[in-house]
Design a protein around this ligand. Structure first.
Ligand SMILES: NC(=O)c1ccc[n+]([C@@H]2O[C@H](COP(=O)([O-])OP(=O)(O)OC[C@H]3O[C@@H](n4cnc5c(N)ncnc54)[C@H](OP(=O)(O)O)[C@@H]3O)[C@@H](O)[C@H]2O)c1
Length: 334
């Protein structure tokens, strides 16, 4: 038996294309002491992979040519040399884009598919949604009546951030690419407004949607979108830097807005990585399930079939082709 993997074939220039990846049939991995052999069921498709495809990446280190694409995933335990896991257990961890992975037991977390169907553990209950929870509930902390603006609002993280802000009693204003995504964000996710950043009158619409200014920016995009939002922050506002996806296809980080308004408006600017808060995942899962049961939190899923289609799914996700959490279902008999 072979282990089908998606590996980095070459470093992309600008926007990635599927030809930057290669399929590789590796020998089946063999678990050592305290390891677990997992069959992958669903793979996460995440923008932050793109900066790691460059030759130099301060963030988490570059992916080597020929290396398996790193990624959070879901799976089922096939064989366990750890007392903590048994064959048949459903688990999540960083398995990478491959059909099978050997993972140390302390790199796995059990998931309960009786509490939520399996793919929900990557979407509604997954790391992007958890990131939104940390950024809003812990860092941005919008108060009732305040306005939170979130970019990439139709995506996995932004959609959840805006809904949690509304649960906190704030107004949620989304920013997304195109009228269809904006309609989804307002009509399906319940945001107060959503603005198309590609529209020629985007800045005027932002002013109209935020008549009392902006108290919290949940920033997923950077570039011109960040500049427009930054200029409209209120005194004592919070700029929560979750990601800068508009810059990921470049090997140079762009110059940001002038920081002078941060001085005279007493802004708090805070970047964060959700991985520093993983001890709060159980608390988040309980809350997200309760909010979902009350109809206050939902997450769309875009599921692509087949491991070999993961590269195309990734390129399309970065190009903004899909709504909600993008993931790949891995075939059982590879
Ligand atoms: N800090 C952390 O721990 C952490 C963890 C997870 C994710 N993140 C960050 O959260 C952000 C969203 O990630 P996600 O996984 O939820 O992805 P996502 O929002 O589901 O998908 C990415 C979206 O980015 C938007 N986009 C791409 N290029 C853009 C550009 N040039 N200008 C404006 N928008 C652009 C596209 O939406 P449009 O169609 O609207 O353009 C696309 O749908 C990313 O910045 C990611 O790195 C951070």
């Amino acid at each position: 038996m072979k282990n089908l993997q998606v590996v980095l074939g070459r470093r992309p220039s600008g926007a990635p294309v599927p030809e930057d990846f290669e399929l590789f049939a590796a020998p089946m991995p063999v678990p050592g002491e305290d390891d677990v052999l997992v069959r992958t069921t669903y793979l996460s498709v995440d923008p932050a992979l793109r900066p790691r495809m460059n030759a130099v990446s301060a963030y988490a280190g570059p992916v080597a040519i020929g290396a398996v694409i790193p990624s959070p995933a879901l799976g089922v335990v096939i064989r366990s040399l750890s007392p903590h896991f048994r064959p048949g257990d459903h688990v999540t961890g960083f398995f990478g884009w491959q059909a099978y992975a050997v993972v140390p037991a302390d790199g796995l977390r059990q998931i309960d598919i009786d509490r939520a169907p399996e793919p929900k553990w990557l979407s509604l209950l997954g790391l992007s949604a958890f990131t939104a929870y940390v950024g809003v509930a812990e860092l941005g902390r919008p108060r009732p009546g305040e306005t939170l603006v979130v970019s990439a609002a139709a995506g996995a993280t932004g959609a959840v951030a805006g809904q949690i802000a509304r649960i906190f009693g704030a107004r949620s204003v989304g920013i997304a690419g195109g009228p269809e995504k904006c309609a989804h964000v307002v009509d399906e996710l319940g945001f107060d407004a959503c603005l198309d950043y590609r529209a020629p009158d985007f800045v005027e619409r932002l002013d109209a949607a935020c008549p009392a200014g902006i108290d919290v920016d949940f920033e997923n995009v950077g570039g011109d979108v960040l500049r427009a939002v930054f200029d409209r922050m209120n005194v004592a506002g919070r700029v929560i830097l979750c990601g800068l996806v508009a810059e990921y296809n470049s090997d140079q980080w762009a110059a940001g807005p002038s920081l002078w308004p941060a001085v005279y408006k007493s802004l708090r600017i805070e970047g964060f990585r959700a991985s520093r808060h993983f001890d709060r995942i159980p608390e988040f899962v309980d809350k997200a399930l309760a909010w979902a049961a009350e109809g206050r939190l939902r997450q769309s899923e875009h599921i692509v079939e087949g491991l070999a289609n993961a590269p195309a799914a990734f390129c399309q996700m970065l190009a903004g082709r899909h709504l909600g959490k993008v993931m790949v279902r891995v075939e059982e008999n590879l």
